[in-house]
Write a protein that binds this ligand. Sequence first.
Ligand SMILES: [Fe+2]
Ligand SMILES: [Fe+2]
Length: 240
Amino acid sequence: MSSHTSATSADTFLSRLEEEIRNDGAVRHPFLSRFASEKMALWQLQAFGLQHYQLVRIFVNYMTNLLPRIPDPEAESLFRVVFNDEFGQYTIFRSHPALYRSFLRTLGLSDGAWGRVTPLPEVSRFIEGHLHLTREGDFLEALGAVGPGHEFSIPMMFPPLVAGIKNNTTLTDGDVEYFTLHIEEDKEHAVVFNRLITKFVGTDEGQARLRRGACFSLSLRKAFWDGLNRTLFPVGKGHL
Ligand SMILES: [Fe+2]
Ligand SMILES: [Fe+2]
């Protein structure tokens, strides 16, 4: 007991971590404010959409990798809540990747375009890092990457994306539903993940592992925004 008595309570730890994430370099990345405020051509929005879709289409795999590795009987029912949203509860046409593909079509992209794009190195590193962590890394780090690292941070990163898309196109609310839906749903998903995480972060050691995973995910996210910044706003093209 003695080594554990100094641990911050799970709730306090999680609210401190969330405060840290609100100020993280990925969440406050300059690319996001630039995307929201700059005038952009269609090619820029298309490049953004095609690269971001690579992350969107793989996300659920992190969860399917991770679920059987979590030593808690409640994990399955908690994950089920998120799976129902991800897969589209009543129809596969509303799965999250399907909603994103609808968005890509409204940008004038054909169905196969996302399969032909060369992923940015930052996109590949993001995906490989998360696949590796969720498949064979520490399960608690992986929970940190998927819970606070994704579900908690996404509702703060998506509003500037919606603003940029709407400012530069005639897309409707329905066309950008993938993004607006996540701004709400992921707040609920973060709460679901926290219910599970709470069981494992009663010790300093557990807290450190969880935080390490969240930071790992956010560092890859920051690099992803860096890559998009370089691609969408190349220096020497009038965007400094
Ligand atoms: Fe989703
Ligand atoms: Fe989510």
